[in-house]
Design a protein around this ligand. Structure first.
Ligand code: FES
Ligand SMILES: [Fe+2]
Length: 388
């Protein structure tokens, strides 16, 4: 695939600053502020990370039936995720092979993909099925003009896509992910409410704030701070993710003031996992919390260096969803997600305003309360510093 985004050359100072992010957690520095604000570096990031690595793009059950599709626009790319006739999820570039028109918008269900411009028609597997009057073009062969497709993998209910021609080994990215999350019935969780919104901050800060306990008493003093005990140390993992478990007072899925009416425990949860939340960041841009009764997910997609599209999804075990009083009880869970966000978003917009200052500097992490953020900074710096 041709690289259409111009690669950025990092200065020696920038490389030295990034190297400080790769130090052990107790010594590590945060990412240089320019990586949250500079459009040129954002393009470099798109090339180095979004066009090379496996990206987790949500849950497979969000495309339940044949022909269900969703369009995703981020990092200078336009993708279509669609479920084919055989039940597999496919990922295509949202561009016609005739003269490039965008093919689909939003989400929905189609029997095939028909270009709105000159009506070239593609099957759900991306092959070109019809091209009006193109038999007059000498040597034209439909088999040569299928949609540009990308690698797709589904794992424990999540959908992963890699835009690179040669995808890195998926197993290496996920080493020990399944083991660490084995206590929860992750694969069978069902996606319920999902909603999209835009935030005026860099996509990384959005995921960072979700992954750290440090801000809880200052940003969420009356909503969720009392729910969270001091967390365990962040896990040392081998894959492209960071994760940290912490015990809770009641459920992390509810506000401290609305704990009276919780949903049932997820099937099979015992021991410490039956009273806590695991916060996991699947690098680069999906994070989730999985607790005693629910999993809530945030995907943050870069639109520009200072703006991102966020998708929030709440998931529950099938046994919980089919219980009589689920629709009533779940409202308090949605309210908790929204109330915390209403407190986080102004903090993020404020952080972006400060990061944009020319004299903004790299900082240090609180190692017990921000280990996931430190792990991501290290991984990210490593990706940006790669010479191949
Ligand atoms: S651009 Fe799609 S059919 Fe012409
Ligand atoms: Fe928060």
């Amino acid at each position: 695939m041709p690289d259409t985004l111009i690669d950025h050359h990092l200065s020696e100072t920038m490389k030295a600053d990034l190297a400080k992010c790769c130090l052990p957690r107790h010594q590590a520095w945060s990412l240089p502020p320019q990586f949250y604000t500079d459009e040129g570096l954002a393009k470099h990031e798109y090339n180095r990370i979004f066009r090379r690595q496996w990206l987790c793009l949500g849950r497979a059950d969000q495309l339940p039936d044949e022909g269900d599709y969703i369009c995703l626009d981020f990092a200078g790319q336009a993708l279509i995720l669609i479920r084919d006739k055989g039940g597999d999820i496919r990922a295509f570039a949202n561009t016609c092979r005739h003269r490039g028109a965008r093919l689909l918008n939003g989400s929905g269900r189609v029997a095939g993909i028909r270009c709105p411009f000159h009506s070239w028609a593609y099957k759900l597997d991306g092959s070109l099925a019809g091209a009006p009057d193109m038999d007059k073009a000498s040597g034209f062969c439909k088999a040569d003009f299928g949609l540009i497709s990308y690698h797709v993998s589904t794992y424990l209910g999540f959908v992963f896509v890699c835009l690179a021609e040669d995808a890195p080994d998926f197993a290496l990215a996920m080493v020990d992910f399944a083991d660490i999350h084995a206590p929860w019935p992750m694969e069978t969780l069902v996606s319920k409410r999902s909603r999209d919104f835009k935030v005026d901050c860099n996509w990384k800060t959005f995921i960072e704030v979700f992954n750290e306990y440090y801000h809880l008493p200052f940003v969420h003093p009356d909503s969720i701070d009392d729910v969270y005990h001091k967390p365990d140390a962040g896990n040392d993992v081998g894959g492209y993710f960071a994760t940290q478990f912490g015990s809770t007072e009641g459920t992390g899925g509810l506000l401290q003031t609305t704990q009276q009416n919780p949903l049932p425990l997820m099937p099979g949860l015992t021991g410490r996992e039956a009273s806590g939340v695991r916060y996991t960041w699947l690098f680069p841009n999906l994070t989730f919390a999985i607790g005693v009764d629910a999993m809530w997910i945030y995907e943050a997609y870069p639109l520009a260096s200072s703006r991102c599209l966020v998708r929030q999804t709440a998931c529950f075990p099938p046994e919980t969803i089919t219980a009589d009083n689920f629709d009533d009880k779940v409202q308090a869970y949605y309210h908790r997600l929204d109330a915390a966000l209403d407190e986080d978003i102004p903090a993020l917009v404020n952080q972006q305003a400060g990061l944009t200052q020319p004299d903004a500097r790299q900082g240090r992490f609180q190692p017990e309360l921000e280990p996931n953020v430190a792990s991501f900074a290290s991984w990210y710096a490593d990706q940006m510093l790669r010479t191949n």
